[in-house]
Structure formats: C-alpha cells, structure tokens
Design a protein. Structure first.
Length: 540
C-alpha cells in the first residue's frame, strides 16, 4: 500500500492547478473528429466517450500522474485483497475490510480474497437451492401453491441498490413473479403495498445487515401483523438477509435466512445476498449470476493502470478535474433509459454517503472539496424539466449521460422514419454536443455559452451483465475518488446524529403517551424543549 497522502501534497496537483488556468475550450468549434475517436475508453462492455470533457493531452497526462502518485490502483488492489481500509488512523473507527468485490470474484481461477469469496459461494449455494425449491414446488405455501409475489423490506443500502437493479432489469423478469418494496417508516408505504397483495402467495424478504434498523424492524412487524390477521404463519413466508449474530439472526423465525457480512458496506451490497434473494426470485438464478459476471468484469477492468484503458478510474479522475480544478460542485447523472429510473438515487447514496467527508484518513480537516452533490433523472424527461439550468444557468453542471444502442424489449416502431430508440439516442448525443459547443446569437437570451463538460457511457443493451458492470463501474469510480482525496469512503458517521436525536424524541413521545391530552406526539413544542434539556447540541 502506498503512503496515504492528501491530494494537494502530490506533485500532479500543482500541475493540474496550473493547467486549470487555461482548460481546453469546447466551445471554439465542433470537436475535431479524431478527438471523438481517440477520447474513447473501453471496458467490460462499456464505452466511455470523453471528447466533450475540458481535457487535452497535458491534462490527461497529469491525471495519469495523479492516479499513479496517489496509488489509486494499488489501493484498489489492496481493497480487493482484504486490506482494512474502512478506518481513520488514530481514532475509534469501523476498522473493517472492504470486500464487496469478493462477492463476484467467482469467475477467474484465483479469487483475490479467497475466504470472503468462499463465504459468498456458500450463500449462493443456499440461494440456488431455495430458488430451485420454488421452481419444483418443494418450497410452496400452506396450500402447496407457488409464491407469486415477494415484498422486499429494507432501507438505505438494503433498498436503493437492489431496487435500482430490479427496475433496471424488470424486462428480464420471470413470468408470474412480482416484486414490491417497502422502505420508509411512513406507515402508508407499507399499507399501500400490503393491501393489494394475496398474502397467501407472498414471500417477505426482510433485509438488514445490522438487524437493528428502526424502519425495517417496524415494517417487518407491520407485515407480520398483516399475515397474522390473514391467518398465515409468518415462518412459512418470511425470509431474512442479515449479518451473522445480529438480532435478526434467528432462523427459527424465518422460512430461510441468508447472510451478508461485516466487510460489505450497505451501499456496496447489491451484489451480496442483500440484492441476491429478491433479484434471484424476480429474474432467476442464472440472471443473477450474469449480474455478478458483469460486475466482476468491471472489477477486473478497474485494475488497469493506464487511465485511458480503465473507464471507472478515468471517470473518477474526470470528476476530480471538474470538482477540484474547474470548481464544479455538482454532477448530474442522466440515464437515457427509463429502466434506470432509480439508478441515480442509488448513486446519490453510493457517492454522497461515501465521499461526503470533511476529514482525511488521518482525521485532519481536508483543505480541498471532496464529494460533489449527485443528482439527476432519466432523459429525455429531464430535458423538459431542468436542463434549462444545465445549458444556461450560472452554475456549470458536469453531466454523465448513460445510454444503450438497443432497447430491452424487442418492441419499437418506425415513426416518421426513425425508431424511438434512435430518437432517444439522438437526444443523448445532441445534449452532449449542445452543452459542449453552445450557440452564438445576437439575442442574448438565446445565446448558449457552451463549454459545459459531459461524458457519455454507452453499452449495447441494458442486460443483467451490463447492469452488473455499470453498478461496479460506479462503485469503483467512487472508491477511486476517495483514494485520491485521501478520505474514508466506507463509513457514514454523518447519519448518526439525526438518528440519535430521533431516538430521544421517540422516548419523549413514548412518555407522553401516558398523558390523557396526548396528541400522538406530533409537533408538540414541549417535546422540543425536553429534547434540549436531554442534551442538544449533542456531545458524544
Ligand atoms: C449504507 C449505510 C446505510 C444502511 C442502512 C440500512 O452504506 O450503511 O444506508 O444500508 O442504514 O442498514 P441495515 O442493512 O443495517 O438495516
């Protein structure tokens, strides 16, 4: 492992700072054709087109130096082999390995972290057996009927990634299998799902690594109560995915229990059992293995040291160029694929929870910006909503446009000489070019300054394999950025304080419940003052 130094202590930082005074101007004219051909990076089924970024040869060379000097790929390899990277030196911290890649390191001869991969294999074998049982009727409901529906209960990392992947691949769903999600502690989230179901043919998959998450445990109890009311035994319908020896690790309460492990962070867990059980039910075991295969291919591509051959690393470095050297505080991720409707929401968590940090891995305040604000919606819908600001607003918003040459369902029609897929792709490419080149006009309101950077990620079709590769590409992008920024991308202390204060408020609501004039605890000003007395601002 290289020494972990702040980015501004590296020689490449000064070079990039100097180069950023005169970055490549995209608005001068249409980018020369050879720029499109050479600014193309390929890996694991994806093309990353970056001719429309404000970079040129010297900037790319300095970004390569930044990657080399920070040891980004060495750190990635160390991560894959099980180094304890989830830590802050000299302070109490999680002190964990980071081994989500081990969950899909199944295809080459020698896994990087053999023990973790063999645990993954054990869980996969259990899942394969369970799914086969559903198929043959060995696992069935009280009346011997097949299960048709599965409700996935989980929140944060136990919801966003799995849900984004499920929606991304709904086109590959097995006939007669439906999936539903409950995440929010808002009772209406659960009610809206449960009331429409035939519970007798429904499985409930409760997913919580810690087995202590308020929202998930509350929703599990709501679901159990609904089964009890319907005269059904939850032990014949409920599945658990949890950490070993968590409060939920109680196989007697469940039809089947699966494990995820301490060395996998929630937001990196979609390819562990956290995603596997629901995705295996919905898509079939083989399709889930295809997701793992695609992810593994991208994990391998991410080991490449030449940034021009490593899409995840290059995307990470382009992001750092835009964030730290061109001063852009946000990045919009715009999938030109309706199936990726929740993918940006997953990336929001993946990126902002990982890299929304202000101290480095030695616990010192960091003197440069770290994780950007991540946002976005699928195109073309976004074009009719917020692209105005991206084109003509006062803030420069780098964009990442994700597209596929072919659609998922084999259904498309020529209308006015082009298919809908062609219309979709034409819009994606047009946006990228329009943002780069802008438009002159004598009318100031119709002038587009251009020079707004975008990157295009393109694959043939959104399949289980490319979905796995895309997921892994962004996981690797986020950890590469964290490595270069010298931050811990694997903890999330920033979510603790709000949780702690909510627990204190709930204690107060509980006490108020004894009061005859109780109003449900809502908006009770006395609650706020009591809370203050209980210690706000808080000190650990
Ligand atoms: C993700 C976070 C967080 C976590 C949820 C759910 O990296 O750790 O979003 O996934 O809080 O946690 P449980 O799976 O433990 O219920």
């Amino acid at each position: 492992m290289p020494a972990l130094r702040n980015m501004d202590a590296l020689a490449a930082y000064e070079k990039l700072a100097a180069l950023s005074r005169h970055p490549y101007d995209l608005s001068r004219s249409a980018p020369p054709p050879d720029r499109f051909a050479s600014y193309l990076c390929r890996g694991a089924g994806f093309d990353l087109l970056y001719a429309t970024q404000r970079v040129d040869g010297p900037v790319l060379a300095a970004l390569q130096e930044l990657a080399d000097e920070s040891g980004a790929v060495d750190q990635f390899l160390a991560m894959k082999k099980g180094a304890v990277l989830n830590r802050i030196e000299g302070y109490a911290s999680e002190e964990r390995q980071v081994l989500h890649t081990a969950m899909r390191d199944l295809f080459a001869g020698h896994p990087h972290a053999p023990e973790a991969t063999s645990l993954a294999r054990e869980e996969l074998a259990k899942l394969e057996d369970f799914l086969a049982g559903l198929e043959t009727g060995r696992v069935a409901n009280e009346r011997g009927e097949a299960f048709t529906d599965l409700v996935h209960i989980g929140i944060g990392g136990s919801d966003l990634g799995p849900r984004a992947v499920y929606l991304g691949l709904a086109a590959f769903r097995r006939p007669g299998r439906n999936v539903h999600f409950i995440s929010n502690v808002d009772p209406d989230d659960a009610a809206a799902v449960i009331r429409g179901l035939d519970l007798s043919r429904t499985l409930v998959n409760v997913v919580s690594k810690s087995g202590t998450t308020l929202e998930t445990l509350t929703n599990e109890e709501l679901a159990r109560a609904a089964f009890a009311r319907a005269g059904l035994d939850p032990r014949r319908h409920f599945l658990a995915v949890t950490g070993q020896s968590s409060p939920m690790d109680n196989p007697e309460r469940y039809l089947r229990s699966f494990y995820m492990f301490g060395f996998i962070g929630g937001r990196y867990s979609a390819t562990s059992m956290v995603g596997a059980v629901m995705l295996g039910f919905a898509l079939g075991y083989e399709n889930f293995i295809e997701i793992l295969r695609g992810a593994s291919e991208m994990d391998t591509a991410a080991e490449e040291r030449d940034i021009r051959q490593n899409p995840a690393l290059l995307l990470a470095l382009l992001g750092i160029w835009n964030r730290n050297f061109l001063g852009c505080p946000t990045v919009a991720i715009l999938p030109y694929s309706q199936a990726l409707i929740r993918f940006t929401a997953h990336l929001q968590q993946l990126d902002m929870e990982s890299n929304g940090k202000s101290v480095n891995r030695q616990g010192q305040k960091i003197p440069y910006p770290t994780g950007p604000i991540v946002w976005g919606e699928p195109g073309t819908n976004g074009q009719h909503a917020f692209y105005q600001l991206i084109h003509q607003g006062t803030e420069i918003i780098p964009t990442e446009l994700i597209g596929f040459r072919y659609n998922q369902y084999q259904e498309d029609t020529l209308i006015e000489g082009t298919t809908s897929q062609e219309k979709l792709m034409a819009n994606l490419l047009a946006q990228s070019l329009a943002l780069a080149t802008g438009q002159e006009s004598d009318n100031p309101n119709r002038r587009f300054a251009g020079n707004r950077p975008s990157a295009v990620l393109m694959a043939d079709r959104l399949t289980p394999r490319t979905m796995g590769a895309l997921l892994a590409l962004y996981e690797a992008k986020v950890v590469f950025q964290g490595f270069v920024w010298n931050i811990n991308s694997f903890d999330q202390e920033g979510v603790q304080l709000g949780k702690k204060l909510a627990t204190r408020l709930l204690d107060h609501f509980g006490r108020c419940r004894q009061d005859a004039a109780y109003n449900g605890g809502m908006m009770d000003p006395a609650g706020w003052s009591l809370l203050q007395a209980a210690g706000v601002p808080a000190r650990e």
